[in-house]
Design a binder for this molecule. Structure first.
Ligand SMILES: Cc1cc2nc3c(=O)[nH]c(=O)nc-3n(C[C@H](O)[C@H](O)[C@H](O)COP(=O)(O)OP(=O)(O)OC[C@H]3O[C@@H](n4cnc5c(N)ncnc54)[C@H](O)[C@@H]3O)c2cc1C
Length: 405
């Protein structure tokens, strides 16, 4: 196919999320994931794709469409929720190493130890470069723990999907919400997905920062890229410090509030600014930070023992969660209502409510947007002031004019 293929259209519109499903389905020979000039992972077409491949990609690429057809949305902002709780791993080490309460890593270890899956597909530090991510295949508790913690830089967990589906193994996969939305859509077209990938896990996601964000943190410490021995965004406590160790064993660290709040979140990819699902609606289980509110109700980032906000989104996810709790691997602090989630995750709430105004701004500027269900956009745009919507419309329009979207 010529330039008219869906990948080129999504890239031209700057709406690629970098999940890698195109490379994963079509083949790494035809499509490879590479860093773009602005520091995001993007597909590069090495050999032309067929009409049939293009047709499949058009239905699954989250830069083109997010398909809610068979996913219940009983709550327009927070999606389908079987249960929502604040929980953490009862294994102190997992809780400490995990990004928040170590719930995801604990569930992954549980599935491996029970023999329910053979391998976990998730993201960890590249063996070649401590600043980059790569897909990891973990089959022991130690490996799962090595790859725990959030990595706030580009990742493409679906880039080897085709290969996995040809193996005679059972997997669980962790991905960003956009990765899991793509995987869920593809599961409707290829029955091997549900046969081979038994559990889909995700997390609340405010967006993927460019690798430039990571480089800016290094600049802040006056450390050169080639001097880095290890780079951790957070974890080892909650929220834990961002920590760089150089080859000379010098240690530099920064509070999460500063690394995420003042550096990384200024480098989010454009697709994330108009993301419909920042909360893992298509996963079986999706976790976020179970932040404590300060006196004004806003999340406090003071160090404490990790707590995850756990949302189970399918009956299968709920069953797994219940078993892990019953058998003593997870401890539940409390159930949380939608009103409480709003307080714990104010950013996600506002982002979803403002999405319609951003999409309208894109349309008015004749920009291509991913296909989202209109009724959901309208329903989720309630309960937020007109002033905020107008500001968000204007902000998006300005960003488009400045070439930032
Ligand atoms: C880019 C990004 C943005 C986030 N934004 C928010 C937010 O706005 N609000 C919020 O509450 N939480 C956010 N989180 C999630 C949060 O940091 C925790 O991951 C979540 O609370 C689960 O904690 P845990 O202790 O259960 O996870 P852990 O037990 O630490 O497990 C984390 C799992 O995530 C996988 N992972 C890490 N980084 C990536 C990546 N880049 N891509 C794909 N998989 C990855 C790991 O391989 C691991 O399996 C974000 C995470 C990332 C990576």
């Amino acid at each position: 196919m010529s330039k008219d293929n869906i990948i080129s259209k999504v890239i031209d519109a700057n709406m690629c999320s970098g999940c890698g499903i195109c490379a994963g389905i079509v083949s790494n020979e035809k499509i490879s994931m590479q860093f773009s000039e602005d520091g995001y992972l993007r597909p590069v077409i090495n050999k032309s794709i067929t009409e049939e491949e293009n047709n499949i990609l058009s239905q699954v690429c989250p830069g083109n469409v997010v398909n809610y057809d068979r996913v219940p949305t009983n709550e327009p902002v927070w999606g389908n929720i079987e249960s929502s709780t604040i929980a953490y791993s009862t294994d102190e080490n997992i809780r400490h190493k995990g990004s928040s309460g170590g719930v995801l890593s604990q569930l992954l270890v549980y599935l491996l130890e029970k023999g329910e899956v053979d391998e976990i597909i998730h993201i960890g530090v590249s063996n070649e470069n401590p600043l980059l991510n790569e897909i990891k295949r973990s089959n022991t508790k130690e490996q799962v723990l090595q790859n725990s913690g959030s990595r706030y830089s580009p990742s493409a967990p679906l880039a080897n999907l085709g290969k996995l589906l040809n193996e005679n193994k059972k997997f669980a996969l962790v991905g960003k919400p956009c990765d899991i939305a793509a995987l869920r859509s593809y599961s409707r077209l290829d029955e091997r997905v549900s046969e081979k990938i038994l559990y889909f896990f995700s997390f609340f996601c405010a967006g993927v920062p460019s690798i430039e964000g990571t480089y800016k943190i290094l600049e802040n410490f006056n450390v050169k890229k080639e001097e880095v021995q290890s780079f951790r965004y957070r974890g080892e406590g909650w929220p834990g410090l961002t920590e760089v160790i150089t080859s000379k064993n010098e240690k530099f660290n920064m509070k999460y509030d500063d690394s995420w709040g003042k550096i990384l979140n200024r480098h989010l990819q454009p697709r994330c600014k108009v993301c419909i699902d920042g909360i893992g609606e298509f996963a079986d289980i999706s976790c976020g930070d179970g932040w404590f509110g300060n006196e004004n109700g806003y999340p406090s980032f003071e160090e404490s023992k990790g707590r995850s906000l756990v949302t189970t989104r399918t009956v299968k996810g709920q069953d797994l969660f219940e078993r892990a709790v019953k058998e003593g691997h997870l401890s539940v602090d409390q159930s949380v209502s939608i009103e409480e989630i709003e307080k714990i995750q104010p950013y996600q709430s506002e982002r979803r409510r403002l999405l319609l105004s951003r999409i309208i701004a894109m349309k008015v500027s004749r920009r291509r947007t991913p296909g989202y269900p209109k009724s959901l956009l309208v329903k989720s745009s309630q309960k937020i002031s007109f002033k905020k919507k107008a500001k968000s419309f204007l902000g998006t329009t300005i960003r488009i004019k400045q070439g930032k979207m």
